[in-house]
Design a protein around this ligand. Structure first.
Ligand code: EPU
Length: 441
């Protein structure tokens, strides 16, 4: 098939990115808050919503279920009226199959509203196996019957409603924690969820659910306790900022010797990233309006990091930072403990001149599920190495943004193919690149 010319970005690299950009709400919260609106037969208003493709996928899925959704992209306001919810046509739902991982989170809310749910085959970035066993086990424990035999997806029913249960997650999965919260808030009785994830995006979802009328508490040992209530009402909420996007632009500033003020970026959710950014030699200044990130000149320093669940170093921060680490003076080590296969994006970086070696061993001390398994989940980066532009194919969202950063930092031209994938999570990145003085078309 012929390539769409709009899907290729031609970049003339080697220019520092300088200027101001604005980052809106978190992709990984906004989509979940939109699903939460399904729980209440009324109107919900979500503010600070970014103009990204995931918002449109969730809007379409809600509309297929009879929900009214109004997306005011320019002002970042999504209004959802879930007074009416109906079963969607399986064939229609299936057209959205493969576009995102969010549909699985419709399970609990749809079962509460309609007694059943149909979930199409899931999409999302190819960065590991990305199973949904924890999600399905959670739903079963809460009393749902899960039929995986349906040819197009998963059919979930609960003729007698969902009821509270004691659930333990074998790994603190973000999605499975959200699944449990969204399903347990209206379940009859109490639910205890231990081994949960507590990312800031999850805590913002808890805030939304609490505004809606839910009763949820969290213990210091990452156990959520949810007391089911009979009904919930709509909410009005402003999303927390996208800390992954903010860190991506921070890494871009470092890799291109630039100076970027990220309006909207907030410190509390980024403490771990900021520590690493400082250790690498980057400078930052936190203000009431956002965070300024810049390369102060001189050598960047190598670091050893391990990705982890919150409050650890996010896996989604790893990929953009690796590009900056190719410019640090010495050996950096990154041990990826969240996804088994998140270093595929380093191959094009090596072809651009980076020295990066991947290892199956755990190069770190965190307990890791991939120990003694056949996954190349540790990377050693030796720098500084000049990068040279080339043709690149975007593999996944964060890997793709990293390639874009590499192309901007490299000398000479690069053609970045499959660039539309980046629209999934980086709102108006072309406009932002323009504001930062990047040379591209
Ligand atoms: N896992 C299982 N079984 C499950 C669920 C997860 O084994 O049923 C494993 C996964 O395979 C993975 C680990 O648990 O190895 C963590 O997965 P998690 O469920 O936490 O991830 P997720 O909810 O699918 C969200 C974000 C990701 C982000 C991760 C970790 C959304 C839509 N996605 O994914 O974001 O990397 O949490 O923070 O919220 C991105 O934005 O580019 C992105 C990939």
């Amino acid at each position: 098939m012929a390539e769409n010319p709009d899907d290729v970005l031609h970049v003339e690299g080697g220019k520092p990115l300088n200027g101001t950009i604005k980052v809106r709400g978190a992709k990984n919260f906004v989509s979940k808050a939109m699903v939460a609106a399904l729980l209440a037969p009324g109107k919900s208003v979500l503010k600070n919503v970014p103009e990204i493709r995931d918002v449109h996928v969730v809007s379409d899925l809600l509309r297929l279920h009879g929900v009214d959704v109004d997306v005011d992209g320019a002002n970042g306001i999504v209004t959802i009226d879930a007074s009416r919810v109906q079963l969607a046509d399986v064939a229609d739902v299936d057209t959205l199959s493969g576009s995102s991982r969010i549909p699985i989170l419709f399970s609990g809310p749809l079962v509460h509203r309609l007694g059943e749910a149909f979930i199409p085959a899931l999409g999302g970035c190819a960065i590991g196996g990305r199973p949904i066993d924890f999600h399905l086990e959670t739903l079963r424990k809460l009393g749902a019957t899960v039929d995986k035999e349906h040819k197009d997806g998963i059919h979930i029913t609960a003729p007698n409603g969902l009821h509270g249960a004691k659930i333990h997650l074998p790994y603190p999965s973000v999605g499975a924690t959200e699944q449990t919260l969204l399903a347990a808030v209206l379940a009859e009785g109490k639910t205890e969820l231990s081994g949960a994830a507590t990312e800031p995006e999850i805590m913002d979802l808890v805030c939304v659910l609490q505004k809606m009328g839910a009763i949820i508490s969290v213990d210091v040992d990452r156990t959520f306790r949810i007391e089911g209530v009979k009904e919930l009402q709509g909410y009005t909420h402003t999303s927390l900022t996208d800390r992954i996007e903010a860190a991506s632009w921070a890494s871009a500033a470092l890799a291109t010797h630039g100076d970027i003020f990220v309006k909207g970026a907030t410190q509390p959710e980024m403490i771990t990233f900021l520590n690493v950014f400082r250790k690498v030699g980057g400078k930052f200044e936190v203000t009431d309006k956002g965070i300024r990130f810049w390369h102060p000149g001189g050598d960047l320093k190598p670091v050893a990091i391990e990705t982890d669940v919150h409050p650890g170093f996010m896996t989604d921060w790893q990929q953009p930072l690796v590009v900056a680490l190719t410019q640090a003076n010495g050996l950096s080590i990154v041990h990826e403990t969240v996804y088994e296969n998140r270093f595929g994006f380093t191959k094009p970086l090596v072809e651009m001149g980076a020295t990066i070696q991947l290892y199956r061993e755990c190069l770190g001390s965190l307990p890791c599920r991939f120990r003694q398994r056949n996954y190349k989940h540790s990377a050693v980066i030796f720098g500084p190495t000049p990068l040279t532009g080339r043709d690149i194919d975007v593999p996944d969202l964060r890997g793709g943004f990293s390639h874009l950063i590499a192309a901007l930092a490299a000398s000479g031209p690069s053609d970045v193919h499959g660039i539309s994938l980046i629209d999934r999570g980086y709102a108006d990145f072309r406009g932002k690149l323009e504001a930062l003085g990047a040379d591209f078309d």
